[in-house]
Design a protein around this ligand. Structure first.
Ligand code: 13P
Length: 252
């Protein structure tokens, strides 16, 4: 039985005061819950706020993640943030290859693979994002797109590596209010697990998250699918009441 993981991706949102209020609101909303969720919970925040969030989350069950990392160790890479810096700031995970980085920052499969490879030798958990565009889905290319994106990652993967998390994030569902149906998500998740089993010994234990307009209303039907092991939540993770509802949906 895989423990579910609900991870918020704040994207480029937050401020020192927003962050403090969010943690306060989150703790209040969690303390008012009658039932406890069994899910692991994480929030991935912009790098400049990792240090503040790490302090705010001391003693809490909420894990902390970053949204990107440099593929390089250190040196003359202006603007980049290294793995050791993320570790130093208290991050336990990092999102790699989000479709917004692929679309707006020209990240390709080779770059994603380099970042995954570097992360594997750190203490961080890589959360690798994959997903097809609307055109690719309509053209019947969903599986081939996912297989190509995943192969680049599997090529650098040690078969014994256990910390990999994959997030299926159909590009057409991100921030659009359109969501993959539970059946569509399950079909792709099962495909990803089958592909992973060709390389890793732990395909049945690895978590595959769904991301793309997951919210308090649709979370439980998506999370009840056998291969949907949690969610990577954008917009709804900024609203603590909604985020907590999704966490509760994962625990039942
Ligand atoms: P939304 O939940 O806002 O659609 O974003 C999903 C996402 O991109 C998470 O990484």
């Amino acid at each position: 039985m895989r423990q579910k993981l609900i991870a918020g991706n704040w994207k480029m949102n937050g401020s020192r005061s927003f962050n403090a209020n969010w943690v306060k609101g989150f703790n209040e909303a969690m303390s008012q819950c009658v039932t406890q969720s069994q899910a692991a919970v994480m929030v991935c925040v912009p790098s400049p706020y990792l240090s503040q969030m790490s302090d705010l989350l001391k003693g809490s069950q909420l894990a902390l993640g970053a949204q990107d990392v440099s593929a390089f160790d250190k040196g003359a890479y202006t603007g980049e943030v290294s793995l050791s810096m993320l570790e130093d700031l208290g991050a336990q995970a990092v999102i790699i290859g989000h479709s917004e980085r692929r679309a707006y920052h020209a990240e390709n499969d080779a770059m994603v693979a380099k970042k995954v490879k570097a992360t594997i030798s750190s203490s961080l958990m890589p959360i690798v994002c994959l997903g097809e565009t609307q055109e690719q889905r309509l053209a019947g290319q969903t599986q081939s797109v996912i297989a190509t994106q995943l192969k680049a990652v599997m090529d650098v993967l040690d078969p014994d590596f256990e910390r990999l998390v994959v997030a299926y994030e159909p590009v057409w569902a991100i921030g659009t209010g359109l969501t993959a149906s539970p059946e569509q998500a399950q079909e792709v998740h099962a495909f990803i697990r089958e592909q992973l089993s060709q390389k890793t010994r732990h395909a049945n234990a690895l978590k595959i998250l769904y991301g793309g307009s997951m919210n308090a209303q649709n979370a439980s039907s998506l999370l009840s699918q056998p291969d949907v092991d949690g969610g990577l939540i954008g917009g709804a993770s900024l609203v603590t009441q909604d985020f907590v509802k999704i966490i509760l949906a994962a625990g039942i």
